[in-house]
Design a protein around this ligand. Structure first.
Ligand code: GRF
Length: 203
């Protein structure tokens, strides 16, 4: 199973996926890591592993459609089975999302459908939630709204700050994302018009 991973930043989820592949927990290979921002830590992580990297800098494009077209062509040149968004901070056009229907995943730091968008940890603390966590979902045309593949809950403690909570969620993300990718690699999951069809256990 061939993956192309899209990043915009530090790439800790990318690192978790690389390590899960090395340990034989995920039966896949990463064909390329593509970033919309140059010089980010995630690109260095990929290079350290001798994974092909590309930068498609959104600032070099006059509009979203041109950027998405260049990104789509770059991804397709690797003919991946799955496209993995791992901290990729650009909203994608409908055309792009439709092109990768059923094969593009995202990880989001909340228990969706709660807290779509940004600043999820601060909003969960503000709302005095008793639990928080992360979700892996198929990407559809609406932000953070595609069918959920898996979630990992963490407790929210009385004295939590954005920093302490985000660390706890990050640890959960690094377990959840590889597990969800492996479900797809083993074809134990698929996207149907009714949502995600699971066969077997997630974690
Ligand atoms: C993660 O919190 C993920 O949920 C969100 O962006 C962050 C990426 O972090 N979509 P990293 O680049 O993998 O370290």
């Amino acid at each position: 199973v061939k993956l192309v991973v899209l990043i915009s930043g530090s790439g800790t989820n990318l690192q978790a996926i690389i390590e899960a592949i090395e340990k034989g927990l995920v039966h896949a290979e990463i064909s390329a890591v593509i970033s919309n921002r140059p010089d980010v830590r995630g690109l260095a992580r990929a290079r350290d592993q001798h994974i092909a990297t590309e930068v498609i800098d959104h600032k070099q494009f006059t509009d979203r459609h041109r950027f998405d077209q260049a990104l789509l062509e770059a991804i397709e040149s690797y003919q991946p089975d799955l496209v993995i968004l791992a901290g990729f901070m650009r909203i994608l056009t409908d055309r792009f999302v439709t092109h990768f229907h059923g094969k593009m995943l995202n990880i989001h730091p909340s228990l969706l459908p709660k807290y779509k968008g940004l600043n999820t940890h601060a909003r969960a603390i503000e709302a005095a939630e008793s639990e928080h966590g992360c979700s892996v979902h198929f990407v559809n045309n609406e932000l953070d709204s595609g069918a959920v593949i898996g979630q990992f809950k963490v407790p929210l403690r009385m004295n939590d700050t954005v920093e302490t909570l985000s660390k706890r969620v990050q640890i959960a993300e690094h377990k959840l994302y590889p597990a969800c990718i492996e479900l797809l690699c083993q074809k134990r999951i698929q996207l149907t018009p009714e949502g995600v069809e699971h066969r077997g256990q997630l974690l």
